[in-house]
Design a protein around this ligand. Structure first.
Ligand SMILES: [Zn+2]
Length: 349
């Protein structure tokens, strides 16, 4: 087996006050991502106990903000064309890109060569389980058409990435569902890392890492969840964030290779994951991202994928999950082990 799931098991003891200060030996586990080596830690004992620490979302607070921002929302149809920026003609002659109820226009503040916002639809707010595959598909296909329109004029902007922050704990300042879209001449750091490691794997093993990963996960059956059309879903062995799943397109390396069926698979899968987050985990805030290799360049080694994870529930005093470990020394640990998550998500597939 060439895909290696490296784990190190440790124990650590405390004298537990909840058990008359008897010794409590706890099992911990260090895991390394099979592609990038990203290190993550687990304590299996936390899986059920974590529920005690998760604070529920404050639905009244969310509703209050939704109602308060409805009239003045810059992304709602009554305001969008009056107040959102346009691209200069050399980037996009029409200024803003539109397909049905989905729009793409520039962010007021530019970070990359192109920093854009994609509006998912005309509804001012969608609950976690209201992102239907149809709504997502219309928006994603609009974004890819937009990327194609810009890329045809600026082929040097060959790196693109898009994804969503949902609610303030996931870093969204507007409740109106929208997507962050970036284009650059230079590869995005983690995508660059994945591309390099995918290439090294191909050279070492004369095989594609992503196809090997799917095959191995299917064989093991511990973290594999199922497929939606052309997309294969699994819980990440060594995740980057809480309750994380990845969906891999085994035959596609960049957005411009996606066909209709690929978009169906991505959006159906995401929609199922959101329902699972809401109904099973009772988590209501999330981030997701779609990774792409260089636009229009077929790769033998890299494959496009989706990554989705939860963020803390939104309430008056929620606790951020970005603590000093991920912030300052790039390690992290999570309560729910991937094998537990995959087992629960399978019911939704
Ligand atoms: Zn709105």
């Amino acid at each position: 087996m060439t895909v290696e799931f490296k784990k190190i098991r440790n124990t650590a003891s405390i004298l537990n006050p909840m058990n008359a200060f008897q010794e409590d030996r706890q099992s911990t586990e260090i895991r390394f991502d099979p592609l990038t080596g990203v290190k993550r830690l687990f304590n299996a004992g936390l899986t059920e106990k974590a529920k005690m620490f998760y604070q529920p979302a404050d639905e009244n607070l969310i509703e209050m903000i939704v109602n308060k921002t409805k009239e003045t929302c810059i992304f709602c149809p009554q305001n969008l064309e009056k107040v959102t920026p346009k691209f200069p003609p050399d980037i996009l002659p029409e200024g803003r890109f539109r397909k049905g109820d989905s729009w793409v226009f520039p962010n007021l503040f530019q970070i990359y060569e192109v920093t854009a916002i994609g509006i998912i639809g005309k509804d001012h707010f969608l609950k976690t389980d209201e992102f239907s595959p149809e709504i997502l598909k219309n928006c994603f296909s609009t974004i890819i058409d937009f990327l194609q329109a810009v890329h045809s004029r600026r082929p040097e902007y060959k790196y693109a990435i898009f994804g969503m922050n949902y609610l303030p704990p996931a870093a969204s300042s507007q409740v109106h569902p929208h997507i962050q879209i970036y284009m650059s001449r230079d590869p995005f750091t983690y995508v660059d890392c994945m591309m390099r490691e995918s290439n090294a794997y191909l050279e070492r093993n004369a095989k594609n890492f992503w196809q090997d990963l799917i095959e191995t996960e299917k064989k093991l059956g511990e973290r594999y969840v199922g497929s939606t059309g052309n997309v294969e879903w699994m819980a990440s062995f060594s995740p980057m964030a809480n309750n994380e799943f990845i969906g891999i397109l085994p035959e596609k390396s960049n957005y411009f290779e996606y066909n209709d069926k690929d978009l169906d698979g991505i959006t159906e899968g995401l929609s199922k994951v959101f329902s699972f987050y809401k109904k099973d985990l009772r988590m209501g805030s999330f981030n997701y991202i779609l990774y792409s290799g260089p636009l229009g360049e077929k790769s033998n080694s890299f494959r496009s994928s989706v990554r989705v994870a939860t963020r803390p529930n939104f309430n008056g005093n929620y606790i951020s999950d970005i603590h000093l470990a991920p912030l300052f020394y790039m390690e992290d640990w999570f309560a729910n082990v991937p094998e537990y998550l995959a087992g629960r998500l399978r019911d939704y597939f």
